[in-house]
Design a protein around this ligand. Structure first.
Ligand code: MLC
Ligand code: AMP
Length: 498
């Protein structure tokens, strides 16, 4: 047994797999380089036996080679995010007990303090030596990847997916969205989440298509690439479409016409990871002549529900269950709700993850006694199409497509010497989905929001740093003493609600 995604690549040998800057890399190069990395990782071992290998490399050819190299050596790939400060990376490295952190020269300085931490080796990709020997056989149940996601309790949890899970997640999308060899997808998303990794990179590579990268999202650069005329597939979070629309509106009419003409020829444009405002869908339709295909997914299961590739895409709806994915709406007792009533989306299928790394209790709680995965998202089946109504926890925030735990931010904030207590909430915002707000009860003199932003930025990824601050004498609470978050939200100024 081996890894289907890798095995298929030989059939596409001379085709371009990855484009980055002005460089094109073929499937043969990807196979060769990932094999060399796998051999080096193995050294004198015959199989990494699910050792956790963390890596921080730019999105592009190196990323794909390292991911495949780890898989081919039998390890578990743990991608880190360059936007994360060291404490966030340390958390992941400690939690996974990673034996090695692979990085490129660009990140070596930042990561140097981690050398030797709990026996961790930090190694530069450029310094990998030559090695030889056979690669291990990898079965479908082998754990392949750990991605971190925020939950309602405690710090982020590592979502473990096996090769079988990932293969199912890929093949479902490849067939449903009719991926083709001739496709070229532009990938501007971070590569520590499924949207960028599975939906774009892996689906493109499965199909013999090309995945093109931009070092970071920048609207002008995206339009520049669009009008070169080679990209024909685009997928992004709603915030990115919002930003592209805002930029388009600022361009001269002649340039707008050029962009719109090019976009009309695209095969597919997808939005997901957060609710797509109907206003954004409509404005993008005016610009591109495309009705965005909105789909719904989660780190724990890849994509589960999607509007059709062919057929009516209903604005404000996420569509139908993808093939092979079973969906039900359930009440608080995990019983299916009567038709037409709202309930929690629960999911079964080979796409669903196997466990939270090292957290058997959290894993158990995530599933019902009869094996359905509890997503925590509330929905309604409305004339054959699911519509998301919200989440069953007010403490989960989605901002810019990132899932963020209010409780995690509160815990960090409370360690600031000038913060006696605090409450963190997500405030509706048409650009970001939600924008993070923090209500602070100061301990003595109030600290400026700039100081708090800077202080938090050293401890949390920037997308988890609250952008709006208010000072309060007390937090609204119910009779049990629990902070009433909806009431707390109403204390904030309006910040661009949809
Ligand atoms: C950044 N900024 C924010 C912010 N993030 N402001 C409010 N809320 C936020 N969440 C501000 C910064 O402070 C900065 O302000 C300015 O925006 C630019 O910051 P940046 O970091 O350079 O932002 P940018 O690169 O433009 O990022 C926007 C983005 C990014 C949309 C590209 O958020 C992103 O990549 N999101 C995608 C996340 C993702 O892949 N999610 C999928 C999860 S998987 P200033 O004032 O300093 O200029 C999943 C399952 C599924 O959900 O279904 O797919
Ligand atoms: P993550 O944990 O980052 O994978 O985020 C998964 C969450 O993103 C889901 O539980 C939903 O709350 C949200 N999500 C993904 N796609 C959509 C969508 N199309 N509409 C609304 N919410 C979405």
């Amino acid at each position: 047994m081996s890894i289907p995604l890798v095995d298929r690549a030989a059939a596409f040998a001379s085709r371009t797999a990855i484009r980055e800057d002005d460089q094109k890399y073929s499937y043969s190069q990807l196979l060769e380089r990932s094999e060399a990395i796998a051999r080096h990782l193995l050294g004198s071992r015959t199989d990494l036996q699910e050792a956790r290998i963390a890596f921080l490399v730019p999105a592009g050819f190196d990323y794909a080679c390292v991911q495949w190299g780890i898989w081919r050596a039998g390890g578990i790939a743990v991608p880190l995010c360059e936007k994360h400060p060291l404490p966030s990376m340390e958390y992941v490295l400690d939690d996974t007990d990673a034996e090695l952190l692979l990085c490129t020269e660009a990140f070596a300085g930042k990561l140097a303090p981690l050398q030797g931490r709990n026996g961790l080796d930090v190694l530069r990709l450029e310094n990998l030596g030559e090695a030889s020997g056979p690669l291990p056989e990898i079965g479908p149940d082998r754990r392949a990847m750990i991605l971190y996601t925020s939950g309602t309790t405690g710090p982020p949890k590592g979502v473990v997916t096996t090769h079988a899970n990932i293969t199912t997640q890929i093949t479902t999308l490849v067939s449903s969205w009719e991926w083709e060899q001739e496709d070229e997808v532009l990938n501007v998303l971070p590569l520590h989440h499924v949207h960028g990794i599975v939906n774009m990179l892996c689906c493109a590579l499965w199909s013999g298509a090309c995945c093109r990268f931009l070092p970071r999202f920048e609207p002008d650069a995206v339009f520049e690439i669009f009008t070169e005329g080679e990209v024909n597939v685009f997928m992004a979070v709603p915030t990115i479409y919002y930003k592209l629309i805002a930029h388009y509106d600022s361009l001269p009419t002649s340039r707008q016409k050029q962009i719109s003409e090019q976009l009309r020829g695209f095969r597919l444009m997808v939005s997901g990871s957060a609710a797509l405002p109907v206003s954004v869908l409509e404005q993008w339709r005016d610009i591109s002549s495309h009705t965005l295909l909105e789909r719904y997914g989660m780190t724990e299961m890849g994509m589960a529900i999607s509007n059709p590739y062919r057929g009516e895409r209903r604005p404000g709806h996420i569509g139908q269950a993808l093939p092979g994915v079973r969906i039900r709406l359930a009440d608080e007792n995990d019983l299916p709700v009567p038709p037409g009533e709202q309930g929690e989306i629960q999911v079964k299928g080979d796409n669903v993850f196997s466990e939270y790394w090292g957290k058997p209790e959290a894993t158990q709680k995530a599933f019902t006694s009869d094996g359905w995965f509890r997503t925590g998202d509330m929905a309604l089946l409305d004339q054959g199409s699911y519509r998301i109504l919200g989440r069953n926890s007010v403490d989960i925030i989605k901002s810019g497509g990132y899932k963020i735990s209010a409780l995690e931010i509160e815990e960090v904030l409370r360690t600031h010497p000038a913060v006696k207590d605090c409450g963190v909430v997500g405030l509706p915002n048409v650009e970001w989905g939600e924008i993070i707000g923090a209500a602070i009860i100061p301990d003595g003199a109030a600290t400026s929001s700039e100081t708090l932003v800077e202080w938090l930025g050293e401890r949390l990824p920037s997308y988890k740093v609250p952008r709006v601050y208010i000072t309060v004498e007390d937090l609204p609470r119910n009779v049990l003493g629990k902070v009433t978050k909806n009431e707390l939200k109403s204390l904030f100024p309006i910040t661009g609600a949809a």
